[in-house]
Design a binder for this molecule. Structure first.
Ligand SMILES: Cc1ncc(COP(=O)(O)O)c(C=O)c1O
Length: 334
């Protein structure tokens, strides 16, 4: 057989074409309309008084899996062909991305396998299994789980889904920010917790189009600062991952969200695990909300900088409510 001829020269490809743009988020909203209602966003006077700002809490903790990630999983499955879905999907996660993919696979009738770190939150493991996915517990952290998921996907012929570098996941989670700006177009800041950065990247992308005056502020645990340090250094770096906050427990920057965060995120802060635990208690006492640590991290950034947000209108995304037994017990502490 003769070698294939080179295709005729076309216009040169654009340099660094954006892997995701605003239109993808709008398209995701249409896809999600039949699966998920908009989540509520409330402001609580007692919380406002404590924070010295008008704080709008976006309640992603009331999603069917208890976390914002479900928007991404459903968008991914909805944009795959039946043939792609029939191969099944494999991924790695500390829990909420796992639940998201398992939920979406159950809705679309696809096989799902998830590798979670060996010490994963038991409730999250149970929830993922109850959604019909196969759970493999492997590795001390996300890096160990990732390596095993890659092997599993290769041997089972399943599609490997990166929790951070998959555009459809980011398009889906971006729909939360369309909802936020539709109800509160005049926010001064939106604060988003970061693990891999999909949520903050999508928030920045949406704000750039519909609320360019609003600062998108990313926040991560100082005990796992890989995304923060990646953003600050302009590369994708690895850092020790010592946080107890699931969801923020990543040890490396992810390329695609970093690219978008560099373009659209105004500031990136760090808070300690202790500050996050305090904000979790404030969520319970001042906002009637059981948040997991990651779900209270945006509020932690506000409480850590009372002067910086004084008098402003800010949205904090309560990204999840899947608190572990230990976290629930800890709510009673100082
Ligand atoms: C509750 C919660 N909040 C925040 C995050 C961080 O999201 P991302 O990885 O998109 O930065 C996660 C990630 O799993 C999460 O589960």
């Amino acid at each position: 057989m003769p070698p294939a001829l080179d295709p005729p020269a076309l216009d040169p490809p654009a340099l660094n074409p954006p892997a995701l743009d605003f239109a993808d988020v709008v398209a995701a909203r249409k896809l999600l309309a039949e699966h998920l209602p908009a989540t509520p966003m409330w402001s609580y006077p007692a919380l406002n008084e404590l924070a010295g700002a008008t704080v709008h809490v976006k309640h992603e903790n009331v999603q069917p899996i208890g976390a914002f990630k479900v928007r991404g999983g459903l968008t991914l499955l909805a944009t795959m062909s039946p043939e792609q879905r029939s191969r099944g999907l494999a991924t790695y996660s500390t829990g909420n991305h796992a639940q998201s993919l398992a939920y979406a696979c159950s809705v679309f009738g696809a096989r799902c396998a998830v590798v979670m770190p060996a010490a994963a939150n038991e409730q999250k493991v149970r929830a993922v299994r109850a959604l019909g996915a196969t759970v493999v517990l492997h590795g001390a952290d996300m890096a160990g789980a990732q390596a095993h998921a890659e092997e599993l996907a290769a041997t089972e012929g399943m599609q490997l889904v990166s929790p951070g570098d998959t555009p459809a996941l980011m398009a889906g989670v971006g729909t939360a920010y369309l909802e936020i700006f539709a109800t509160q177009p005049d926010l001064d800041a939106v604060i988003v917790p970061v693990g891999s950065g999909t949520g903050a990247a999508a928030a920045g992308l949406v704000a750039a189009t519909v609320a360019p005056h609003c600062r998108v502020i990313a926040v991560q645990s100082s005990a796992a600062p890989a995304a923060h340090d990646s953003w600050r250094t302009g590369g994708c770096v690895q850092r020790p991952n010592r946080t107890v906050i699931e969801g923020l427990a990543t040890g490396r920057g992810f390329e695609l969200p970093q690219q978008l965060m560099r373009e659209h995120v105004a500031d990136f802060r760090l808070v300690s695990d202790a500050q996050i635990a305090h904000a979790q208690r404030v969520m319970a006492t001042h906002a009637h909300t059981l948040a997991e640590g990651a779900g209270a991290t945006a509020l932690a950034a506000v409480l850590a900088d009372p002067g910086g947000f004084a008098g402003q209108r800010v949205a904090v995304v309560c990204t999840g409510g899947n608190a572990s037994d230990g976290e629930i017990a800890g709510l009673a502490g100082g």
